[in-house]
Design a protein around this ligand. Structure first.
Ligand code: GLN
Length: 497
């Protein structure tokens, strides 16, 4: 393995700007790594060798000509296959869009390209971002680099796995109920779901529009912050985009000083139902935060007990509406259109062929929850819980600066283990869903390996809206203390592929 692929984005950025290595060399090293390991990992659905090398050589020419380039220029990235990329397939992990080549770039993609970040390819995901394991991808699962028989989380398992397998130092994910944070937790990487409206969703295929948010993934808190600043900020193409300055996340990640901060441990997240080793590592990390000068208090958010149930009504309701456009007529796949069938028959055959079981399950649930006579009892009640969740957060943040919890109840489970049990799969998101319902930012960062299985455990940090910088400040302080204690970043202890 080339030494270059073990370097994080900040280290590569320093080497590139010092002229010690070229962007083409860095990109080629990562492409070689992908060739070497992705057969076993399957983090990527498409690899854009030509486009990546071309983008890298443009960065090299600009540097040679003395032009100023962004600090991450020449650093490679894996892009979740939910973001539209001009001229490159965008499948959303679904047969429905298997052959779609978008004619435009998502805003985030435009910003990545303008920053000179090299897009290596598109990463695997659960179909239409529905899932917690990447097993619902229509193109086969992604494997966790810590143990190839285990899941890398989901829906953005490709993005987290490509970081852990040293195929890319940066990745982009989307998080509707945990799809950035839970994969980060189970692969020993860092992921952030920004404040709702903090990053433009223009060009991201919608799952549940009131919950979806695009965010940065990396192997360190600082790298995640650097990527956050590239993609965040106002975009008139997204009606929910916030027109305000981006929180100073890079400065916060460099600061990492939590002396005098008040940190709340959420009583409802982390007790019964959480793996013993997850709880143990979490409790130890809390002690470290205290030793760094933070005041720790327990905070109760009673409505969080109902957040998962509310989410699984709101999300299916919104996705049943968003996915109605994939009807075999206007977008994507069309099946059975041989002139002998009615429009309804073609629609029905197309959907049966194009959508997987989980997608169909959610469309049916959502259609039911929104139907006349049931709307108030299901969707209406769920919206009331959503309000209570936001109120519990507001109350908590009147007492503390950030809230913390384990990110996921367990470490990575075995491929196949929860596939036949949708409820067991949904429970992975028990701790990550509340911030999506309230539109708040959340981070997951590695806090060690669970003693019973030697697999990574993540801590979740949550902050008020537009206080994303607090996540990075607390995350950086904790990361620094933990890496000092371990003597090396957590991925160094991975047996590896
Ligand atoms: N696992 C959650 C779900 O299946 C989260 C999805 C997401 O964040 N995209 O809905």
């Amino acid at each position: 393995m080339s030494e270059l692929v073990r370097k994080d984005a900040s280290e590569l950025s320093a080497l590139l700007s010092a002229g010690e290595v070229s962007a083409v060399e860095v990109t080629q090293a990562h492409l070689d790594r992908i060739t070497q390991v992705d057969g076993a990992i399957h983090a990527f659905l498409h690899i854009d060798t030509e486009g990546a090398l071309q983008a890298a050589s443009v960065v090299d020419s600009k540097r040679a000509a003395g032009e100023t380039v962004g600090s991450l220029a020449g650093v490679p990235l894996g892009l979740k296959d939910i973001l539209a990329t001009k001229g490159l397939p965008t499948t959303v992990g679904s047969k429905m869009l298997e052959n779609w080549i978008p004619p435009y770039d998502a805003t985030v993609v435009t910003r990545l390209r303008e920053a000179g970040i090299v897009i290596l390819g598109k990463t695997n995901m659960d179909e239409f971002a529905m899932g917690s394991s990447t097993e619902h991808s229509a193109f086969g699962p992604t494997h966790n680099p810590w143990d190839l028989e285990r899941i890398p989380g989901g829906s953005g398992g490709g993005s987290s796995a490509c970081l852990a397998a040293f195929e890319a130092p940066l990745a982009i994910g989307t998080d509707t109920g945990g799809s950035i944070r839970q994969p980060a937790a189970v692969t020993g990487t860092v992921g952030v779901k920004p404040t709702y409206g903090g990053v433009s969703r223009y060009g991201a295929v919608a799952l549940a529009s009131s919950l979806d948010q695009i965010g940065p993934c990396a192997r360190t808190v600082l790298d995640t912050a650097l990527l956050h600043e590239v993609i965040a900020g106002f975009d008139p193409m997204d009606q929910t985009s916030i027109n305000a300055p981006v929180p100073a996340v890079v400065a916060a990640a460099k600061r990492g000083d939590i002396k005098g901060m008040k940190i709340g441990v959420v009583r409802e997240l982390g007790g019964e139902g959480y793996q013993a080793g997850v709880r143990q590592r979490f409790d130890e990390a809390v002690v470290i935060l205290e030793s760094l000068g933070a005041e720790i208090v327990e905070v109760s958010c009673p409505s969080f007990d109902y957040a998962l149930a509310a989410y699984y009504l709101i999300l299916p309701s919104e996705c049943s509406s968003n996915l109605a456009k994939f009807d075999g007529i206007r977008f994507g796949l069309r099946v059975g259109d041989d002139g002998s069938r009615s429009v309804e028959q073609v629609m029905s055959q197309t959907r049966a062929a194009g959508f997987g079981d989980e997608v169909i399950r959610r469309i049916m649930l959502g259609t039911y929850a929104l139907s006349a006579g049931y709307y108030d009892a299901y969707y209406g009640q769920a919206q009331k819980i959503r309000t209570l969740v936001a109120q519990d957060f507001a109350k908590a943040f009147s007492q503390v600066d950030v809230l913390i919890s384990p990110t996921a109840p367990t470490t990575a489970f075995k491929i196949g283990e929860k596939l036949d049990d949708p409820m067991a799969m949904y429970l992975n998101d028990i701790a990550t869903i509340p911030v999506n319902l309230a539109g708040l930012p959340g981070m997951s960062l590695p806090i060690g390996l669970a003693p019973e299985d030697n697999l990574p455990v993540g801590m979740q940090i949550m902050a008020p809206a537009m206080a994303d910088d607090r996540l990075y400040n607390v995350g950086a302080a904790l990361e620094r203390a933990l890496v000092a204690q371990w003597g090396a970043p957590i991925l160094n202890s991975m047996a590896g592929v």
